[in-house]
Design a protein around this ligand. Structure first.
Ligand SMILES: [Zn+2]
Length: 186
């Protein structure tokens, strides 16, 4: 059940988002929408628009510490308990910005209480990633208005192959309620 709050959504919704297949305003529930709006307002107050100081953006806007390092297998992740956002140091600046916005989406989900309520059903985990990606889109658009976002930048976690990736990433912790697993070959 998705509950929409018109007040926050009217501020966030835009036509471009509605026609991007990977980005749906329907994924922004009212509680999350309010926090995204607060974060964007704070960014304006603290002169963090079009800034390249990604550490300051992460710290001021989410309270998470940004770590840049070399990672294999993924370009970034968010450590909920340690309050770290990790981003691949091998990424270009634009990819770092995109990844930061997605991971800040997870930090916002922490603030909205999402992580206290979530299940480990694969369908729930996918929705969580799609929501983080959608939050990332709104954050990117607001924080870096000098760059026009491209559709393909916000398509992760909307394809079947991404579902398989996520299933493998969580392994035994996640319950697959979406597709039949291939039977193990002997
Ligand atoms: Zn994610």
């Amino acid at each position: 059940m998705i509950i929409r709050t018109e007040l926050s959504l009217t501020l966030l919704r835009d036509h471009q988002a509605a026609i991007m297949p990977a980005i749906s305003p329907l994924l922004i529930t009212g509680d999350v929408g309010r926090i995204v709006h607060e974060v964007i307002t704070l960014a304006h107050k603290r002169n963090l628009i079009n800034s390249s100081n990604l550490h300051e953006i992460a710290g001021v806007l989410t309270g998470f510490n940004l770590i840049e390092s070399i990672y294999s297998g993924c370009g970034g992740y968010c450590e909920i308990d340690a309050k770290n956002i990790a981003i691949s140091s091998e990424y270009s600046l634009i990819n770092k910005k995109l990844t930061l916005c997605h991971e800040m989406g997870h930090a916002i989900q922490v603030r909205s209480g999402h992580f206290d309520k979530r299940t480990l059903l694969l369908s729930d985990l996918i929705r969580e990633e799609q929501q983080a990606e959608t939050i990332g889109y709104y954050l990117f658009k607001a924080l870096f208005p000098s760059v026009t976002p491209k559709k393909e930048w916000f398509s992760v976690y909307f394809e079947q192959s991404d579902f398989v990736f996520l299933r493998n990433w969580y392994g035994e912790y996640c319950q697959n309620d979406l597709y039949k697993e291939p039977s193990p070959t002997l």
